[in-house]
Design a binder for this molecule. Structure first.
Ligand SMILES: Nc1nc2c(ncn2[C@@H]2O[C@H](COP(=O)(O)OP(=O)(O)OP(=O)(O)O)[C@@H](O)[C@H]2O)c(=O)[nH]1
Ligand SMILES: Nc1nc2c(ncn2[C@@H]2O[C@H](COP(=O)(O)OP(=O)(O)OP(=O)(O)O)[C@@H](O)[C@H]2O)c(=O)[nH]1
Ligand SMILES: [Mg+2]
Ligand SMILES: [Mg+2]
Lengths: 277, 292
């Protein structure tokens, strides 16, 4: 797209393709391009390279407003609930986050509240071993709220700084599973006023427009206070978070860039927009 | 819905007399929009629109009393024709044990789908044996073993210290000794751009010669579906695709993108987390879903 001095229909078509194939979405793409088209018509923009920069700036403006790293408040334990649809990378992200907090000198406790999926508890336990923190668990099939209850009381009695709750993946369209999640949140609130201090929604960068539906419904159900976008080490661009940021204004905490324990970065709006196109 | 949008497009065009080829452009814009909103890949949509345009500007629409319905009918038919095709089932007419290998991106649903296929085959009187060949993900072997236990299907006791190739070769001999007739191999999730891991799959393929290599893809995948499908197909010449998590509300345009770019059939769909949630793929149902 760069190195081309004339702004014409071909260039705009090229830009539309670049934006849509980044999963930015049709409506958001139309809004972004409408804005630059107006500038072109009013002769405020006449250089193709500046046009691309202008688009990037528009996206940067939206995303930078949500570039808010997770900072632990004085609450103790600081309670983080990790939620999202199946397979997005919740359990793995918890392992990575535990490492970050431990490196900051915090004590961390993990809660294996995915009591449904085969070997979910074992998977979290291995992460706990890798990072050096305990995992509160019960038998597979137990009530997730009961495990969270145990976890909160263990955290309080041990003077733990941060407690991270792993929940089962669930499609946002499954009413009974969303009710289960609401119940877990209610138990947390009841056992510790002010908690959960962070409700972290994990989104997969390879997912298309459905991420908006996921974000809306999880937000409606339990109130999302932060987003992690995983699997950005693939070829998907994750452009859907522009629409999500614009509409829901939820802080963008981290991006996942791999499967290893240190493959988690704080979200940077500038880096994201530069990588986008 | 698309029919409603097209009806209002044609209402305002019809007011000017007879429909013309130019009028149809307006309708084509709505169709294109619907497909892009359904996550169908940009280039796949472009090719598809050219395909239906020649029918859309023909008599069947221009002289129709219900042009909106006619356009939707054309789009629906073309989608079905694109996604449909013969070989939907598994090719099991070989000397046992027949190796079947499942591959795909991280978290797409491979391990769960291996178990679902095992249950499906057992229900057909087969003797499936499962091989957990993912030594990278924590507790991946345990995950498949637990699922196998739930269904009374034998699962090879993979040693996580060994390489996947060795595990598969040992697993094959184990299945032969156990008189298994279908061997379902669960592989680790991997990126299509990870050359070393893609090579690992090729090695397993060369050694075991699976009769079916199936790409397990998440139905909510966006524009990236073409990149993933293309790379896996180039590396392994896959036999088919299993699309998972169709019990959600994703429109599933990835189905069209994957079929268009690989030419390989979608054989099954995953419609839930439980082991009985596996269905045969129906192109007509998928077409309706994509169109919303
Ligand atoms: N390439 C890549 N893979 C990732 C990333 N994050 C997680 N994964 C992989 O994605 C797969 C699923 O990760 P999990 O942590 O099990 O996902 P989950 O959301 O807990 O899954 P469920 O509990 O089953 O809903 C694993 O193979 C992870 O290694 C990432 O940032 N990049
Ligand atoms: N709702 C729904 N969930 C599914 C379906 N198929 C798989 N899952 C869930 O998706 C998540 C990931 O499934 P896995 O089988 O662990 O995926 P995988 O491809 O083996 O993951 P990796 O081995 O890490 O690459 C789990 O929570 C499964 O229960 C489906 O058809 N519908
Ligand atoms: Mg998990
Ligand atoms: Mg797996």
């Amino acid at each position: 797209v760069a190195g081309r001095k004339k702004i014409d229909a071909d260039l705009l078509a090229e830009l539309e393709e670049a934006l849509i194939t980044s999963d930015i979405g049709v409506k958001t793409t139309q809004d972004l391009l409408r804005d630059v088209s107006l500038k072109v018509q009013r002769k405020e923009l006449e250089d193709a390279d500046l046009l691309k920069k202008n688009l990037q700036e528009q996206m940067y403006l939206i995303l930078s407003q949500q570039e808010k790293p997770l900072s632990l408040s004085a609450a103790r334990p600081f309670v983080i609930m990790v939620i999202g649809v199946n397979g997005t990378g919740k359990t793995t992200t918890i392992g990575k986050m535990a490492q970050i907090f431990k490196a900051q000198g915090k004590s961390v406790l993990l809660v294996a509240a995915d009591t449904f999926r085969a070997a979910a508890i074992e998977q979290l336990e291995i992460w706990g071993q890798r990072v050096g923190c305990d995992v509160i668990k019960q038998k597979s099939g137990a009530d997730p709220s009961a495990v969270v209850f145990d976890g909160l009381h263990a955290a309080k009695s041990r003077g733990i700084d941060v407690i991270i709750v792993d929940t089962a993946g669930r499609l946002h369209t499954k009413v009974n599973l969303m009710e289960e999640l609401k119940k877990v949140r209610r138990i947390v609130e009841r056992e510790m006023p002010g908690a959960p201090h962070e409700v972290l929604l994990v989104l997969d960068a390879t997912t298309g427009q459905n991420s908006i539906s996921q974000a809306k419904m999880f937000h409606q159900a339990v109130g999302v206070t932060g987003i992690v976008l995983t699997k950005l080490d693939g070829t998907a661009k994750g452009g859907i978070i522009i629409a999500i940021s614009n509409e829901l204004k939820i802080p963008l905490r981290y991006i996942g860039i791999g499967e290893k324990v240190d493959d988690l970065r704080e979200f940077s709006a500038r880096d994201f927009v530069e990588a986008l196109f | 819905s698309l029919t409603n949008k097209l009806s209002s497009v044609f209402k305002k065009l019809r007011g000017h007399g007879k429909l013309s080829e130019q009028n149809i452009n307006e309708a084509m814009k709505e169709v294109r929009l619907a497909l892009l909103e359904a996550d169908v890949n940009f280039k796949v949509v472009k090719d598809f629109m050219e395909r239906i345009r020649s029918r859309a500007i023909g008599k069947e629409v221009l002289e129709s009393l219900t042009p909106a319905q006619q356009v939707v009918k054309i789009v629906h038919e073309e989608l079905i024709s694109l996604m449909g095709g013969a070989s939907n089932g598994l090719n099991l007419s070989y000397k046992p044990p027949i190796p079947i290998m499942l591959v795909g991106l991280q978290g797409s649903g491979k391990t769960t789908t291996v178990a679902k296929l095992g249950r499906f085959l057992k229900g057909k009187g087969r003797r499936p044996h499962l091989i957990p060949a993912d030594v990278r993900r924590p507790a991946a072997i345990e995950q498949l073993q637990k699922l196998g236990e739930q269904m009374g299907i034998p699962v090879f006791n993979s040693n996580p210290q060994e390489k996947p190739l060795m595990i598969c070769q040992k697993g094959l001999r184990w299945a032969e000794a156990e008189n298994g007739d279908v061997l379902l191999i669960d592989t680790a999730g991997r990126l299509h751009i990870d050359e070393a891991l893609m090579e690992e799959l090729k090695e397993i393929q060369r050694a075991l010669l699976p009769r079916e290599v199936l790409l397990v893809a998440d139905a909510m995948t966006g524009q990236d579906a073409v990149n993933v499908a293309q790379k896996f197909n180039e590396a392994l010449d896959i036999h088919g695709v299993i699309l998972t998590k169709l019990d959600g509300d994703a429109r599933g345009g990835a189905a069209l993108s994957i079929k268009a770019v690989t030419g390989k059939p979608i054989k099954f769909i995953g419609v839930g987390e439980k082991l009985d949630a596996l269905e045969v793929f129906h192109p007509d149902r998928m077409a309706s879903r994509i169109l919303g």
